[in-house]
Design a binder for this molecule. Sequence first.
Ligand SMILES: Cc1cc2nc3c(=O)[nH]c(=O)nc-3n(C[C@H](O)[C@H](O)[C@H](O)COP(=O)(O)OP(=O)(O)OC[C@H]3O[C@@H](n4cnc5c(N)ncnc54)[C@H](O)[C@@H]3O)c2cc1C
Length: 494
Amino acid sequence: MDELDAVVVGAGVAGLYALHLLREQGLRVRCFDAADEPGGVWHHQRYPGARIDTEGYAYQYQFSEDLYRDWGWSERFPAGYEVLRWLRFAVDRLDLTRDLQPATPVVSARFDDDGWVVRTGDGGSVRARFLLCCTGVFGSPRRDAIPGRTDFAGPVVHTGAWPARGPDLAGKRVGVVGNGPSAVQLVPRAADVAGHLTLFARSPRWVLPAANPMYGWPEREAYRSRLSEVRQAVRSTFGGLERELSGVGPADVAALYAEDPLLLRPAALPGVLTDEVLRAAVAGEVRERMCERLGGDPRLTKLLVPENDDFGLRPVATDQGYLEAVARDDVDVVGVRDDPVTRIRPEGIELASGTVHALDVVVLATGFAQAGGCGVELRGRDGARFTTAGALGITAHGFPNLFVPSAVSRGHGNDAACLQGQVEWICEAIRRVRADGAATIEPTPAGDTAEVSAGDTAGTGVPNTGLPPPGGIGAYLRRCAEEARAGYPSFRRG
Ligand SMILES: Cc1cc2nc3c(=O)[nH]c(=O)nc-3n(C[C@H](O)[C@H](O)[C@H](O)COP(=O)(O)OP(=O)(O)OC[C@H]3O[C@@H](n4cnc5c(N)ncnc54)[C@H](O)[C@@H]3O)c2cc1C
């Protein structure tokens, strides 16, 4: 069995950075990914229209000025394929390929006194002192949310597992099931090429239009010259964005929308999560704009525009032309709250009322199962089964030398900034353990439970409401830094 210092599972934004930082310490590391190339979600989610809604320059790695400067984004909010290309560029520049093992799922890992024994899907196993599960949160697309998938005569694809050569939508009758963030991104692109598009929408959701100007040399130079400010901002603000608004009142909302609708997102305006009056004002403004964009169509408004004031309490979708697309003559929106989708038939999608919508391609934008754990069957000390991380949301008592980075922004901000901060914290903790001649680090029972227990929002003791913890990414990363500065008082080293 190969003996390594560290195994990293997952070659996305977090795993690739971890591989680089651990190698910089001189460790023998291998990074496994089930996919046949690195890239994480940007490899898996290649549906038309996929893109980030964090500015590319705030999303990319910020640890190396050269690496930062040598990549240039072509738009403010780059498409998923451009993010994938950037990750390929980082892999090349950091010479990561030699320690990457793609197409190799990790099925289980068990801790014994000498570290972790990691088993892979090809029957192999390696031993490593440290284990980092950088497996993300999009591992289990809900492909079987509707019965009958295999009965359909044409292709059925899920946005979360879009093949590199996805189905040809040109001229086809395309059905999109679900109207969450991925559908909001996909629908305008698909409507442009499909012969006819049917959107099966269950619940109205908040949508903000994202202005997405092209970036040329001047824009790139402008953000490149701000690298140190960008890096400082994305680690200290609530949502990991460069600009954060405070002191905003209801009277300011319309002007902010006019300046840039995305300024109203909780990531930029965290006050909407705690101040009901502000939230209602934002909800009112966004509702009015959404109705306008739908051309005042009462039926579409009823199906797609939220009536209550819960703006921001679930991730707000950002779009480029979604509401305009659904108002097209060759796009139908079918409300499925009262007449739910019951099954996929060979010819199309059937609703509870018996109506069948004939289709050539079915796109499932049905989201992801909350699988629990981290996509790997983990057994810690005494065979205990890993279910959820405790201290700081990335470690767990009973699981020495295990780290599970997972952004606390929860779809409300710059996950990549949070993940970069977590990975740096983890790699520094590993460096200090080794420098001190210790073999293991794990949270004490008190460290695990005093701050966070199962279901809490990472590292804060606040129940998991699906929202970021108070103070968001900035407060969370400050808490991590304090823990390290104080010599890891919530952890035991062995
Ligand atoms: C459409 C879309 C838009 C997004 N927009 C933004 C945005 O604007 N800003 C933002 O900050 N974030 C955004 N995100 C969130 C995104 O998930 C993070 O930014 C980031 O890419 C997560 O990186 P990661 O390394 O944690 O995990 P992932 O990118 O999910 O990578 C995890 C990897 O682990 C692998 N894996 C899982 N289980 C195993 C196993 N058992 N064995 C081997 N390999 C395994 C997977 O194959 C995958 O490659 C978006 C996500 C999507 C899908």
